[in-house]
Design a protein around this ligand. Structure first.
Ligand code: TXA
Ligand code: MG
Length: 345
């Protein structure tokens, strides 16, 4: 892959250089606490158009606007019309989870270009906790539209290297901020008409409910109107065909050297090892969290899928996580990656 992209470090000088690129209408990829983002000035329609082009992303799929101060929330949204109870929920959630991996879908400010929000009357706004990203946003125009820095529908990047491998000849620069801590995308939440998770992510439903009470979840089924295009059934897919199994199915699979196996915990792998009874099992078997911790599993998800995808395997078997904590977000991504197998046919 060509590497015409400028590879930057996270030094103050390099972050300032990436900010200049954004101010001049260029595209800068940067780390966040969830995944790497592909940034463009949220108010520059030409730069926004290039984001859609570079990612091969359909224009109906709106971008997330990244901010680094609450003042910018006022410049990007119109909250006057929000009912008091929704406003109250928003304030409580902001004080609990911002900056952090929670994105709100809110009425958009008229000055925000329609291209950023795919013509919707709402905008998705996120205040990232990553200090490199925040410095970059502050030094540029304060509002940076940034989808995940991958090709549309493919695996998300959690390392600068992942960005360079797929977008290295299409974007202007990438800041290397090391591995992303959380490893799955932010939770996308709408508050109106009722609080509802449009995409499970870095903040779990349990965490949200502890602050504002019951939260609904979009099913993403084909019968439901597409409220959040990231909820399209096929998404987040490696090139290698991927299967999503419950633990019992995973346990009963035969071992094949040319197939990949991604287990949730070391315990489940060990049970399976005994069954497989093969002492020469190699790097095609990975475990998301030896101790069975869903947060640790999420942080390894895309890295391990990228690794398995590069290993020349005929398919990848993945194991379902418990539907608690970040397990819900990981299962959502694996389920969609598995659906892509059938969508490609
Ligand atoms: O963690 C993240 O959110 C990462 C990092 C880079 O911040 N960004 C990210 O962006 O995942 P992207 O573009 O890959 O996903 C944006 C999601 C999509 O599912 C999109 O449909 C949804 O947010 N979205 C954006 N604006 C929306 C809106 N107005 N209403 C409903 N959904 C919206
Ligand atoms: Mg994405």
């Amino acid at each position: 892959m060509s590497r015409s992209v400028i590879e930057l470090t996270n030094s103050p000088e390099d972050i300032a250089r990436a900010a200049e690129i954004l101010k001049n209408g260029g595209l800068s990829a940067f780390p966040t606490e969830t995944v790497y983002g592909l940034g463009a000035d949220a108010f520059n329609t030409q730069a926004l158009a290039r984001v859609f082009e570079v990612k091969g992303r359909p224009r109906f799929d709106p971008l997330i606007i990244h901010i680094a101060s609450l003042e910018t929330l006022e410049k990007t949204t119109s909250l006057d019309g929000l009912e008091p109870r929704n406003k109250e929920s928003l304030e409580k959630l902001i004080s609990s989870f911002w900056p952090g991996p929670l994105t709100f879908v809110l009425p958009k400010h008229p000055s925000l270009p329609g291209l950023a929000t795919a013509g919707l009357s709402t905008a998705a706004i996120r205040f990232t906790s990553n200090p490199i990203a925040r410095e970059l946003i502050t030094l540029s125009t304060g509002a940076v539209a940034a989808p995940s820095a991958n090709l549309f529908g493919k695996l998300s990047p959690t390392r600068a290297e992942h960005v360079i491998e797929t977008l290295g000849n299409k974007i202007d620069c990438v800041i290397d901020g090391g591995p992303c801590k959380i490893g799955v995308e932010s939770t996308v939440l709408e508050l109106v008409p009722v609080p509802r998770i449009l995409r499970p992510g870095g903040i779990s439903r349990e965490q949200l409910e502890a602050v504002i009470g019951p939260v609904a979840e979009a099913t993403g089924s084909r019968d439901e109107p597409v409220h959040s295009p990231g909820m399209l059934p096929s998404h987040y897919a490696p090139k290698t065909p991927l299967f999503f199994h419950n633990p019992e199915e995973m346990d009963s699979l035969p071992y094949r050297r040319k197939e990949g196996y991604l287990f949730f915990s070391g315990k489940n792998r060990d049970i399976w090892y005994n069954r497989a009874n093969d002492k020469q099992i190699t790097g095609n078997i990975l475990v998301l969290s030896e101790t069975g911790n869903t947060t640790e599993a999420a942080s390894n998800l895309y890295l391990y899928l990228h690794e398995l995808d590069k290993s020349g395997l005929t398919c990848i078997h993945t194991e379902m996580l418990p539907e608690t904590g970040l397990g819900t977000a990981v299962n959502d991504r694996l389920r969609r990656a598995a659906t892509s197998l059938f969508a490609r046919k």
